[in-house]
Design a protein around this ligand. Structure first.
Ligand code: 5RP
Length: 219
């Protein structure tokens, strides 16, 4: 189903485009297919990856990597999500790349999200990934607790220590009693919080949902 969504997103790619590339397994499929398309059709596209993982994959698939310095306004950003609600608010950051993902999504003229149907939920309800400056962690945890949130530092699978983002920061998963997008935007304005994984619907142009019987586009 991820493949179906990724394939559909490819239909929006045009020659000469500057493409923002998100992170995660759905985007990985998109990047591989994009590489094939660019080779086959001899397209001239440049990509701006949002993680080292995506950057390496893009290079291996023959894509020309660029940056926001050269192209501060990419034409289209394609990214995955961990949860999507009916209004098209998202939670992202399962892979810890949320800050660069939010920057490139916001910078781009269009932001398209590719998900399999398991990501569609009635209400956002998962812990919110948050990138935190290590120096500020104790303070951020305390402040969030005062505001009613539970902050869990993400540790590596083998529990060898905190997960470190591509930007050198901690990632925490913050439990909220209710994911109220506007309240989160207000409450998470804490010094030391670099960015959080709630992407409000105003950022999202469309969501491509991969289903067994084809792709559904939600605007
Ligand atoms: C990474 C992300 C990913 O887009 C999100 O976790 C979805 O990943 P996948 O396509 O593997 O389900 O936000 O930080």
């Amino acid at each position: 189903m991820k493949e179906i969504a990724a394939e559909k997103a490819l239909e929006f790619v045009e020659n000469g485009m500057i493409l923002g590339l998100g992170s995660g397994s759905t985007v990985r499929i998109f990047v591989e297919k994009l590489g094939e398309l660019v080779r086959k059709e001899r397209l001239k596209v440049e990509v701006i990856p949002t993680s080292y993982d995506t950057e390496i994959l893009a290079v291996k698939n023959g894509l020309k990597v660029s940056s926001l310095l050269e192209h501060p306004e990419p034409d289209l950003c394609v990214d995955g999500a961990d949860q999507v609600d009916r209004k098209l608010n998202l939670i992202k950051g399962g892979g810890g790349a949320l800050t660069r993902e939010k920057i490139v999504a916001e910078a781009s003229k269009k932001f398209y999200v590719v998900v399999d149907e398991s990501k569609l939920v009635e209400r956002l309800n998962m812990a919110i990934p948050v990138e935190i400056l290590p120096f500020a962690y104790g303070f951020v945890e305390r402040r969030l607790k005062e505001l009613g949130y539970n902050c869990n530092l993400r540790t590596s699978v083998r529990k060898l220590g905190p997960v470190i983002s591509d930007n050198g920061n901690y990632i925490a998963d913050v439990e909220a009693k209710e994911v109220d997008v506007e309240k989160i935007e207000r409450d998470f304005r804490v010094p030391g919080i670099i960015e959080h994984g709630v992407f409000p619907s105003e950022m999202v142009d469309l969501v491509i949902v991969g289903r067994r019987d084809g792709a559904e586009i939600i605007r």
